[in-house]
Design a binder for this molecule. Structure first.
Ligand code: HEM
Length: 512
């Protein structure tokens, strides 16, 4: 039948954009989209804990998660068992428990960086380094695996020298007790040491303006990111315009860009000799002619290397300095081991008590109470038949590592715990499972399996060398704030920024 175009048009002649039909139609489309985007694929019929039937939005579920994530996860584990969906800070996530750690460890269909990218505030100005960290190019990974890990030994002397210099800046040579803010000092020292590792240019690592800006970025981005988590993804760029912390972060990132300008110009003009032992040269080779991206990558490296590292080291300090016997035993170990042969791969490995202290602090103070964050890139079926649909975000509860369910008196810090376990272990068995850098279903604060943290070997060298300097050269007494040494910010376990320390220079028994 021929269609008369004029008739057809004339039917809609009086149709206006404000017509209620159009508005109803739009409303239905939005509702359908919203329903589809929030509908949970749950083929294994797992319990779903989140919005209650009388709640109109996810706000209260989100609030319950942020107020007491650990308590909520523990009570869900008790009630619902080893796998359940929980509404977290921004979406439903599949929460798995210890039993699944080995099942997912090498699962290629579950991606750590995609899981991380989903949580990050990518696309929000000021957060550019998070996009670099989680980019498909995996450049941060390549720097860690091919530059740092393959040449670990060459970093020992610079780590030693910079630990000494950085500590003098924050704790001074003053032989009288004086008060310092513990966490702030740790982040500054980390910034200096890591800048020496990644940029290796005195204009940066010995420049207080750079040290302050980069350490402030690492701390502030965690706070600003947490604030943004209460908004849906599409609203984040707008919300960030009004949030004082996001605005501060944006201008800090601009400042960091300006500080790195001379480095960018130098690299653009002179280039850099290819040297895989030099992370900056390695980075530059990977990003030819992209000096803008270089800035984000450098900050991305700072984020992966000392966000978790600085938090952990602060926990090590407040845990160790509450126990005189432990401090004395650690000092004796340093005198015996490092006194004999200085710092090298062998001596760092033989600091067994120190290794135990680091591992214990990390057990009791993991970066997050939900670890092994992953996103399913495809449908995955686990060994027990549990189906993980494509696009499901996953996390694994670390609650069992923090109480007595695996480790006796697991809710208390025992610096000797892994030292004794190593000594008691059957020598024919692999004792490495009790070392700081090993991972297992009982202790996976560095992750576990094929995507476990590749930087943990470097982190171990760095933290041991720095702790040797602190123990041998300073007397320290830590003052814990009234509300405790740490708190949880949602799932993240945070060392209290108000921790204070009284420090004084002491005469070290050995020189290094
Ligand atoms: C004590 C310090 C550190 C802690 C607590 C830590 C923690 C972690 C954790 C929990 C993961 C996720 C692993 C998983 O879910 O299986 C991870 C991944 C990663 N870490 Fe670390 N890390 C530390 C230091 C470093 C350092 C120094 C670097 C390198 C400079 C680094 C580079 C990375 C990279 C590239 C990944 C991504 C791995 C992947 O996608 O396969 N980390 N880290």
């Amino acid at each position: 039948m021929p269609v008369n175009l004029e008739d057809a048009i004339s039917k809609y002649r009086h149709f206006e954009l404000t017509s209620p039909y159009l508005l109803y139609g739009l409303g239905i489309v939005v509702l359908c989209y919203w329903w589809k985007s929030t509908a949970l694929k749950n083929p294994s019929k797992l319990p779903v804990i989140g919005r209650r039937w009388y709640e109109f939005s996810y706000g209260p579920a989100k609030q319950r998660f942020q107020d007491d994530c650990l308590g909520l996860v523990r009570s869900c584990q008790e009630k619902y068992g080893d796998a359940f969906y929980l509404y977290t800070d921004s979406t439903y996530r599949l929460i798995l428990c210890r039993k699944y750690v080995d099942m997912i460890r090498n699962e290629k269909g579950l991606s750590f960086i995609k899981g991380l990218a989903m949580k990050m505030d990518i696309g929000v100005p000021g957060f550019e380094p998070f996009a670099s960290m989680t980019s498909d190019k995996k450049i941060v990974h390549a720097v860690t695996r091919h530059s740092l890990n393959r040449h670990l030994g060459t970093f020992i002397e610079p780590l030693n020298e910079e630990s000494d210099y950085a500590l003098r800046q924050v704790w001074t040579d003053n032989p009288e007790f004086h008060e310092v803010m513990l966490k702030d000092c740790v982040f500054k020292v980390f910034s200096q040491i890591m800048s020496r590792t990644f940029i290796n240019d005195q204009d940066y690592y010995r420049n207080p303006e750079w040290v302050n800006a980069s350490s402030e970025y690492v701390e502030l981005s965690a706070i600003a990111g947490f604030e943004l988590r209460r908004y849906p993804k599409w609203a984040k760029p707008l919300a960030a315009r009004f949030s004082p912390n996001c605005r501060k972060l944006r201008s800090l990132f601009k400042h960091i860009n300006a500080l790195l300008m001379p480095l960018k110009e130098k690299l653009d003009k002179q280039g850099l000799e290819a040297d895989p032992k030099n992370p900056l040269s390695f980075l530059h080779q990977k990003l030819p002619g992209q000096s803008e991206e270089l800035v984000s990558m450098i900050i991305g490296l700072c984020l992966v290397s000392y966000d978790g590292g600085g938090e952990l080291f602060t926990h090590v300090l407040h845990s160790v300095w509450g126990n005189d016997q432990l401090v004395n035993d650690l000092r004796s170990e340093i005198v015996t081991v490092v006194g004999k042969e200085g710092f090298n791969r062998n001596s760092l490995q033989n600091l067994v008590l120190m290794d135990s202290v680091l591992k214990e602090a990390q057990r009791l103070h993991p970066e997050s109470v939900l670890l092994l964050q992953r996103l399913a890139l495809e449908k995955v079926v686990l060994a027990d038949g549990l189906i993980i649909p494509k696009d499901t975000p996953i996390m694994v509860s670390a609650a069992h590592a923090l109480d007595a369910s695996v480790w006796p008196d697991g809710d208390k810090f025992d610096g000797y715990r892994f030292f004794h376990l190593r000594q008691k272990a059957d020598p024919s068995l692999n004792q490495a499972s009790y070392s700081f850098t090993s991972t297992s279903p009982d202790h996976f604060s560095f992750g576990h399996g094929s995507q476990a943290c590749p930087g943990r070997f470097f982190a171990s060298y760095m933290q041991k060398i720095l702790l040797c300097h602190m123990l041998m050269k300073y007397d320290v007494s830590v003052t814990i704030p009234e509300d405790g040494a740490w708190f949880n910010r949602g799932q993240t376990h945070v060392a209290h920024p108000e921790l204070k320390a009284r420090v004084r220079r002491r005469k070290e028994e050995i020189q290094f």
